[in-house]
Design a protein around this ligand. Structure first.
Ligand SMILES: [Zn+2]
Length: 176
């Protein structure tokens, strides 16, 4: 389990409800449309899929009915709520694992702002100690303790900060 601490928080005197900044939307490129019942599934470059329907008046996407219009939208961006929630795509498979790093050997590149490439997810597996994982655009500032892991989404800026002597490795995943 990871402890999620909002990056920006405060209290409202009237209700004492925590105020959390909303995560920024995550735009992803549409790669392909596939029929799904009476609607369509669009595959995104993050590895997620999204259902789109033309069911007026609830969902009005008349362009879905035209093959050329669908094709014209391939390559355009659409927001991916699953990326915003840092949901690892179900179909993602691990293809590379780093060495186990400690608080001294953890590369500088992982300690400063960085991203993974398009379509590449990261799983920060903490084996000992506690590590801070900060993902500003998603409003997340997490402490990952031994036995737990953090998730890193493609192209989203983040960094790691050891809070004590640690051991961790990074597993890279992508969808086939
Ligand atoms: Zn996504």
């Amino acid at each position: 389990m990871s402890l999620v601490l909002p990056l920006f928080s405060g209290t409202c005197p009237a209700t004492l409800t925590a105020v959390v900044i909303t995560a920024q939307p995550v735009p992803r490129r549409m790669l392909a449309f596939e029929p799904d019942g009476d609607g369509w599934i669009v595959r995104l470059d993050c590895g997620h899929t999204r259902h789109i329907h033309h069911r007026p008046p609830l969902a009005t996407n008349p362009w879905l009915l035209d093959a050329r219009e669908r094709e014209a939208r391939v390559g355009q961006n659409i927001e991916c709520a699953r990326c915003e929630r840092l949901e690892l795509p179900a179909a993602a498979v691990a293809y590379k694992t780093t060495a186990v790093f400690d608080e001294v050997s953890l590369p500088q590149g992982l300690r400063s702002e960085h991203t993974t490439r398009v379509g590449v997810w990261g799983r920060i597996e903490v084996l000992a100690g506690r590590v801070r994982l900060v993902t500003p655009s998603l409003g997340r500032d997490e402490i990952i303790a031994a036995g737990a892991h953090g998730v890193v989404a493609p192209g989203i800026v983040h960094w790691l900060e050891p809070l004590e002597p640690i051991q961790l490795r990074v597993v890279f995943l992508r969808t086939p």
